[in-house]
Each structure stands twice: as C-alpha cells, then as structure tokens.
Design a protein around this ligand. Structure first.
Ligand code: FE
Length: 216
C-alpha cells in the first residue's frame, strides 16, 4: 500500500498531541507509544495502510483526559472528532482521515463495536495487548496504591461482573485482565503475543496466591 507520510510527519504529530496527555494517569503518553509500537509490529505481513495505522495509534486516546474530567464524554467518539481536526490541520490525506477516525471510534473493545477495516482491527489488538503482560501488572498495583486498595484479601472473592473499582489488586486480574482471552484477538501476530502475555499474567497470579499462603 501507498504510504504518503514520512517519519517527520509522525514526529511532528507526536509533538502536537503531547498536551492532551498527563503523565501520572493510567493512560499517559507511554501507553500511546507502546500501542504505536505494537501496532507497527502486528502490521508486519498484513495488507494495511501504515499512515492510517500509525495515526490511529497515536491519536486513539487523546480524549482520555477529557473523559476522566467529564464522565459524559466517550473518549473514542470525542477522540475521533479531535483527530479529524488535528489531521486536517496537518494536511494529512483527506481520504485517509475518515479511516483513522473510524478506527478510533471503534477501538473501545468493551463497547462491543466491530472493527470494519484491518487498520481498525490492528488498533484494537494493539490497545488490548497493552492490557496484558508485565506492564499491566505494574499498572494494576500502581493504581491500587493511588486508590489505597489492598493488594489481596483472600476473604474478598472476585465478582463475576467487571467493576471499574475492583476490591483488591488481585481481584482486578480475575475481573478484567484474565478475561482478555488470546483467542479474541483478530490478527495472527497479536494472538501469538497475547497468548504469551496471558500465560505470564496467569503464572504471576498463581505464584502470588501461593506465596501469600506460604506454599512457595
Ligand atoms: Fe488505549
């Protein structure tokens, strides 16, 4: 596929969007950079437009802070709107802008929206991959610290339903992280990475519980 934009463009785009991110929130710019790198990795061997993949990855969470400040805003919808403005201003090819916006609009997997293009599937996959593995373990415990939530309490069982405010760190793994099943990823490469990361998280949770009980 044709790529119109060079590295300089994406460098500039990264600079232009810094102001929308806050470093100490769960979705700081570091998350965006990981999603960007993962999206590039899983694009290898896929028939995709990298201009769309890269722009969508960089812009997908630009409205997160807005959503955190105003619960009525959906960061996927608002992010798509903002992306349209930013890309138009930077003379990004018009015919690709709507595809970037569509990918951002549906990236929120928990809303159950279906990705209609390969580029949108790659964004969903990359975003969900960042919710599995070593970094998410770190993030879960960081968030628990900020919320003053205990790491673990065997007396409090995980609930069947996902709650945004989990009772303990360990319960969050059962209620959310371990529900991100590798077979639900769309692309072949993402499935492979997901499988490996999933097993790692599972192993961590198992060990944690065994150490807690003095079995290891
Ligand atoms: Fe994201």
């Amino acid at each position: 596929r044709e790529n119109d934009m060079d590295e300089k463009f994406f460098q500039k785009l990264k600079e232009n969007i810094q102001k929308y991110f806050e470093p100490h929130k769960g979705h700081g710019f570091d998350h965006t950079e990981r999603v960007y790198n993962l999206a590039l990795k899983i694009s290898i061997g896929e028939d995709v437009d990298l201009d769309i993949v890269k722009s969508a990855a960089l812009l997908h969470d630009i409205a997160r802070v807005k959503e955190e400040e105003n619960g009525k805003i959906c960061h996927a919808e608002e992010g798509a709107k903002m992306a349209k403005g930013i890309l138009s201003e930077m003379s990004f090819p018009k015919e690709k802008i709507s595809k970037v916006c569509d990918a951002i609009m549906v990236h929120r997997y928990s809303k159950g929206l279906k990705a209609k293009t390969k580029e949108a599937e790659i964004l969903q996959d990359a975003d969900r991959l960042d919710a599995l593995g070593a970094i998410i373990i770190g993030r879960v415990f960081m968030k628990s610290g900020a919320m003053k939530r205990p790491m673990h309490n065997p007396k409090i069982k995980p609930s069947k339903q996902y709650k945004s405010k989990a009772s303990t760190s360990l319960n969050h793994f059962y209620e959310k992280i371990l529900k991100i099943r590798p077979e639900t990823f769309k692309t072949k490469k993402a499935k492979e990475i997901a499988k490996e990361r999933y097993e790692f998280v599972k192993e961590f949770v198992n060990r944690f519980e065994k150490e807690w009980e003095g079995e290891l």
